[in-house]
Design a protein around this ligand. Sequence first.
Ligand SMILES: [Zn+2]
Length: 187
Amino acid sequence: MFKGLMVTGRRRVYVFDASAFIEGLEGLAFEDQVFTTPEVVEELREAEVKGRSELARELGRVRVESPRLKHVEEAERAAFQTGDFSRLSKADLSLLALAVQLRAEGLSPTIVSGDYAVQNVAEQLNLNYASTLRIKHRIRWLTYCSSCGRSFPPGFRLECCPTCGGRLKRKPLERGKAGGGGKRLGN
Ligand SMILES: [Zn+2]
């Protein structure tokens, strides 16, 4: 009803992938709400990376929701646009779609995922993301060509070097004090 007011009061929430759960919830403030999807929960169960009781306790802090189809489709479109679609699991797409949905519902979601393809699509969707909540250093990534060594600005999205056609790789450029492990977390 009062859309203008919701913008100023957007509540920050987190959308976790499996790697974020494996790192644990220690980086969260008590009041922080974590969301995830049934697909991510299934990945965690299959991996059996944690004792069941510990996972269950953590999931008590977590709301598990399935995104609606239209948001899944929006995430899929973005993944095709960045060329990451084939690198994304069903769980990856589901959490991207859930973040889109939560934003549409007036929340301010931050995706927590160490997966570069997920982060890349999150950026395409203009979603906040962080690689982890535990490391309190911001890492800026330098993209460079593994053949000729030419470097490109952070966020450069091509897969091949425009000069020599070599494969592009990334390495951490610098570490600075920040509120989280990813871009735009402080916004
Ligand atoms: Zn090159």
